[in-house]
Design a protein around this ligand. Structure first.
Ligand code: PHE
Length: 360
């Protein structure tokens, strides 16, 4: 019995001392492993007299269970402590505010698109989209620009390739966002109120022209829409966009095949001291083309011109972005110069909205 008490004290003591999983496993092997001390002792039972065995057997079994339980308990305690330790070093305070770090900025064109989308959405316009590679029909014919119409030349069109022998008119890189008028009318019918911001392409390159630039198309068709609503809508837009109380627009008679009557619109501004101010001064800056949608165009969009009428406009996004944010050279917009992007870019998390303010 003394031998068992000694084994008990030895292995319970070692278990207590074991400071990690490896040490604990060594104790287990030494005591309960196949060649462990207690296992060997149990093998000796066979050589004992029945009387001796009756006492030693249960005692050894009890010792084996006791040490096994102690090893498990110690194992669990060590695991808990290790987890505790890890939690101490790996904890994370998820309630901390975000840390500002250098990140990309929103390009002024994207910013302006978000701004004008917010303004027109407030007036009930939805955003419509169309492809940048457009069919000849959508870009020209449907907009009342017949094949021999001089406007086709004025558009400096990029044409896509057609296989030799394929005599259908080639697709084009859309020269304006006006084809989205047709697609939106076909998709939604009348009444309709949409804007369509996006990229357009013309073969042109100098300080005020790039081969790719941006327009936003506007289209409003209902039973009795007139030029008066066009004027109000554009004035409302300019006031909100340029963030000034007063704007003055000048409608100049013009010509577009897809509108009748047509008007180009200038905004009153001042360049005094090289500083652009919108709404005052004696200068005028052209910002868009507009007019009442031509009956042929309504028909191409599947809308009956005897039942419906409305206005359309097309505005240069790059132009109004330059005006609003004082950006002198159009080409810089598309050069991806990091210093320029950091200087003119907008914070990624500041979404323009009417209630919160369009720009800081
Ligand atoms: N599509 C014309 C342009 O690119 C602009 C415009 C759109 C004019 C809609 C009138 C109506 O110049």
């Amino acid at each position: 019995m003394d031998a068992i008490a000694a084994l008990r004290a030895k292995y319970l003591g070692q278990t207590d001392q074991a400071s990690d999983a490896d040490a604990l496993e060594a104790v287990r092997l030494a005591a309960l492993g196949k060649k462990g001390e207690i296992s060997l002792k149990m093998r000796e039972l066979g050589r004992m007299s029945p009387e001796e065995r009756q006492i030693a057997g249960p005692a050894l079994n009890a010792l084996k269970s006791e040490i096994d339980a102690a090893l498990r308990a110690r194992r669990a305690a060590l695991d808990d402590a290790a987890l505790e330790e890890r939690l101490k070093t790996e904890w994370l305070d998820v309630t901390l505010p975000g840390r500002p770090r250098p990140m990309g900025t929103i390009h002024p064109i994207s910013q302006v698109m978000d701004e004008l989308t917010a303004i027109f959405a407030d007036m009930g316009f939805r955003v419509a989209e169309g492809p940048q590679i457009e069919s000849d029909w959508y870009n020209f014919d449907a907009l009342n620009i017949a094949p021999e119409h001089p406007a086709r030349q004025e558009h400096d069109t990029f044409f896509m390739h057609r296989a030799a022998g394929d005599n259908r008119p080639p697709h084009v890189l859309r020269t304006h966002t006006s084809p989205v008028q047709i697609r939106a009318m076909q998709a939604q019918g009348a009444p309709i109120r949409v804007i369509a911001p996006g990229r357009v392409y013309r073969m042109d390159m100098d300080q005020t022209h790039t081969p790719m630039f941006h327009q936003v198309e506007g289209l409003a068709i209902d039973r009795d829409i007139t030029m008066a609503q066009l004027k109000w809508t554009l004035e409302e837009f300019c006031r909100a966009f340029f963030e000034v109380d007063q704007v003055e627009l000048r409608f100049r008679a013009s010509h577009f095949p897809f509108t009748e009557p047509s008007a180009e619109v200038d905004i009153r501004c001042s360049w005094e001291g090289g500083q652009l101010k919108i709404g005052e001064g004696n200068d005028w800056m052209e910002i868009l083309g507009s007019g009442m949608v031509h009956p042929h165009v309504l028909r191409a969009g599947g809308i009956d011109p005897d039942q419906w009428q409305g206005f359309a406009f097309g505005m240069g996004i790059d132009r109004i972005a330059m005006l609003k944010y004082g950006i002198p050279d159009l080409r810089a917009f598309f050069e991806s110069d990091l210093r320029w992007l950091r200087h003119y870019g907008f914070q990624a998390l500041d979404q323009p909205s009417l209630p919160a303010g369009l720009s800081r």
